[in-house]
Every structure is written in structure tokens, then in C-alpha cells.
Design a protein around this ligand. Structure first.
Ligand code: NAP
Length: 244
């Protein structure tokens, strides 16, 4: 097995599905011990099995990420974390006037607050050791106006700015903080999107959806020393959508 990340531990939020699960498998394949988090125990067990099947090691920590307390508890239970992948997210689409306050708070809780307090807990510990990598999973929809994706895009635009702020804050102490900005990717989470997904796919030069593994490869790159001089970057992995 490739050992580029041997003797490291990676925490992948939302590692039970889609992009997060593919990232967990890829990181484990490069030698990291992976802590997978999510809410669903069955999907967690399956993700751990998938990692063990390729010779990797992993644990599952069931966590409902909803606030600072849940984020801090996850950080403490995970132990020493060398690579943090802030991937867990929700992406409800719909008109502004049809969005309840509860929906609004849920999107910002999982997409912004949870990463914020995970970084608040884990980045200082990485900085004490003088090294670490944080990869935030944002979206191409953070970069342009979409009539049905304002709330989601705004939450990920916040995460994009935080990526740069954290690079400035923790970079001088050896922590690299970067983001991957995916385009439409076939996952359990996008399976029910129908025509809205197809329209997003059609707008990009490559004209096809990504496989989760294609996003995971970019996450893996940013986690390794191959990206040793990449700091505060937002890597578009969107089939060219943000270029046109
Ligand atoms: P997905 O298949 O729906 O998976 C989402 C993951 O997040 C699951 O593992 C889920 O685990 C976890 N999660 C959701 N709410 C949670 C909560 N409250 N507490 C803890 N874990 C929670 O999503 P995906 O399509 O792979 O997307 C992953 C990330 O990529 C998201 O941040 C998304 O915004 C971003 N992204 C996706 C696309 C795309 O086209 N797929 C494009 C751009 C960006 P449990 O259900 O077990 O809790």
C-alpha cells in the first residue's frame, strides 16, 4: 500500500456517503488511519468495511454535527488529527420565500458552524505540532448567483472565505488550509435532484457529472506533501464550470 500518509490520522466529516466516503477510502489508501464521521451507524459501518477491504484502517464516530458542542466533542473523540476534511454538508435548493428559519439555521449549522468549531478545536493542536492539513469542501455554487441555491451558495461562500482566513491564521504555524470546490457529482445526496442536476452538468465545458473519486483525488492531493506550497487555495474540480 502507498504510504504517503502513514503515521497520520485523517478525520473526514460526512465520510459515510458520496464525496466524503470516496475521500476516506483515498486517504486510507495512502496510509492514513481514517476517522469517519456521520450520523448513520449502518452507513458508517459500511464505510469502515470499504476501507478495510482495501487494506486500510478506520473507525466510525457517530455524530450529529449541529453546533459548537457537537463539533468540539467530535474533535476530542477523534484524538490526534493530522488531516481534517470538512466535507459533511447539506444542499437544499429552493426559493428564498419558501425557506423556513429552521432550514436556514440547519444549513449554516452543518455547512459553516460545524467546520468553524472543528477548526477551532483541531487547528491549534496541529499548530502546536507544527504541521497539519485542513481541506474544506465547498462548491462551485459559492461563486455565482443561482436562483434556487442562494442559501446553500452563501453558506459555502462563507466556508470559502474562512479557508483563506484560516490559511492566514494558522499557515505561519505549519497548517495548510485549502478548499476543493466541486461541480455536480453523482452521490446519494444528489440522486434525487433530477433536472436541476442535469442543468448544472450541461453548463460546464466537460458536460458530464463527476464521480466522487474524482473529487476525492483533489482532496487527497491537498492532504499530502505534494501540495506543500499550496496554501489558502480553492481548487475548482467542476468540469470547467467556474471558468466560463
Ligand atoms: P451526501 O451524499 O448527501 O453525503 C453527505 C454526508 O454528510 C453524509 O455522510 C452525511 O452522513 C453527512 N451529514 C449530513 N448532515 C450531517 C449532520 N448533521 N451531522 C453529521 N453528518 C452529516 O453528499 P455529497 O454529495 O457527497 O456532498 C458532500 C459535500 O460536497 C457537501 O458538503 C456538499 O455541499 C459538497 N458538494 C457536493 C456536490 C455534489 O454534486 N455532490 C457538489 C459540490 C459540493 P449521515 O447521513 O450519516 O449523517
Amino acid at each position: 500500500m502507498d504510504s504517503e500518509l502513514s503515521n497520520t490520522t485523517a478525520l473526514v466529516t460526512g465520510g459515510t456517503s458520496g464525496i466524503g466516503r470516496a475521500a476516506a477510502v483515498a486517504l486510507a489508501g495512502s496510509g492514513a488511519h481514517v476517522v469517519v464521521s456521520g450520523r448513520d451507524q449502518n452507513r458508517g459501518d459500511q464505510a469502515v468495511e470499504a476501507i478495510r477491504a482495501v487494506g486500510g484502517t478506520a473507525d466510525f464516530l457517530a455524530t450529529d454535527l449541529r453546533d459548537a458542542t457537537s463539533a468540539r466533542e467530535l474533535a476530542d473523540r477523534a484524538g490526534q488529527v493530522d488531516v481534517l476534511v470538512n466535507n459533511a454538508g447539506i444542499f437544499p435548493f429552493g426559493p428564498t420565500e419558501g425557506t423556513s428559519e429552521q432550514d436556514f439555521d440547519a444549513v449554516f449549522a452543518i455547512n459553516v458552524k460545524a467546520p468553524y468549531f472543528l477548526v477551532a478545536s483541531l487547528a491549534p493542536r496541529m499548530a502546536e505540532r507544527g504541521r497539519g492539513a485542513i481541506i474544506n469542501v465547498t462548491t462551485m455554487a459559492a461563486g455565482f448567483g443561482d436562483a434556487e441555491a442562494g442559501l446553500y451558495g452563501a453558506s459555502k461562500a462563507a466556508l470559502t472565505l474562512l479557508t483563506k482566513s484560516w490559511a492566514a491564521e494558522y499557515g505561519p504555524r505549519g497548517v495548510r488550509v485549502n478548499a476543493v470546490s466541486p461541480g455536480p457529482t453523482r452521490t446519494e445526496g444528489t440522486a434525487s435532484m433530477g433536472e436541476a442536476f442535469d442543468a448544472l452538468v450541461a453548463a460546464a465545458p466537460l458536460g458530464r457529472p463527476a464521480a466522487p473519486e474524482e473529487i476525492a483525488d483533489a482532496i487527497l492531493y491537498l492532504a499530502t506533501d505534494r501540495a506543500s506550497f499550496v496554501q489558502g487555495a480553492v481548487l475548482a474540480v467542476d468540469g470547467g464550470r467556474s471558468a466560463v
